[in-house]
Design a protein around this ligand. Sequence first.
Ligand code: UDP
Length: 240
Amino acid sequence: NEQSYRWQRVLLKVSGEALAGDQMQNIDPKVTMAIAREVATVTRLGIEVAIVVGGGNIFRGSSWAGCSGLDRSSADYIGMLATVMNAIFLQATMESIGIPTRVQTAFRMSEVAEPYIRRRAIRHLEKGRVVIFAAGTGNPFFTTDTAAALRCAEINAQVVLKATNVDGVYDDDPKHNPNARLLEDLTYHEVTSKDLSVMDMTAITLCQENNIPVVVFNLSKPGNIAKAIKGERVGTLIGG
Ligand code: UDP
């Protein structure tokens, strides 16, 4: 059973929107369970999985800032707290099917989760635990995509796997243009110069500067998360 996979350690980014599935609620438990099951299959193969969760299903700072005197930093703190809720939900789901999981938060909430400690996170991964990074980078004005790029670089993960609700990156918006084409390979430069909406600029340039490839794929297709983690071809690969 010595098959080797493309990646040894991955950073899976799960957006809040993806967690919502097609539910009217904030979180669809079918989605968290699907993530848990697929992550379980790959951790059994020995691949180390760290997860960064978003919070957009509950609160997005940028869309609330300015509303009745709410300043951007306060709004962003609320957004970061939203990611902690998602992280705890996901952790509970994973542990319910026997996957040892730790949540680490970018700012202290030590009754609820561990604080982010890089070496400790790496140690958990080496022991086969899944580590969920919550509260983004801990700083307002950033996004959880940037947190994904940052944590990926810090823990020496080999790839950012960005799970979304679309099949990958298109040359046009597939929701409005039925002829939009899925782009299977892109360079960082193509993403930034064509302003393709993949990740925000801070996140993509952080990946570029550290030679971290990014795979954008659809998490709602059964089997896709496991495929992406095992390094099989799914969605769009950004690199070079
Ligand atoms: N956020 C932040 N700093 C970070 C990460 C997130 O301030 O490093 C806040 C920001 O308000 C953001 C919210 O948390 O809108 C939720 O994160 P994000 O929008 O990245 O979630 P996603 O789009 O992945 O669901």
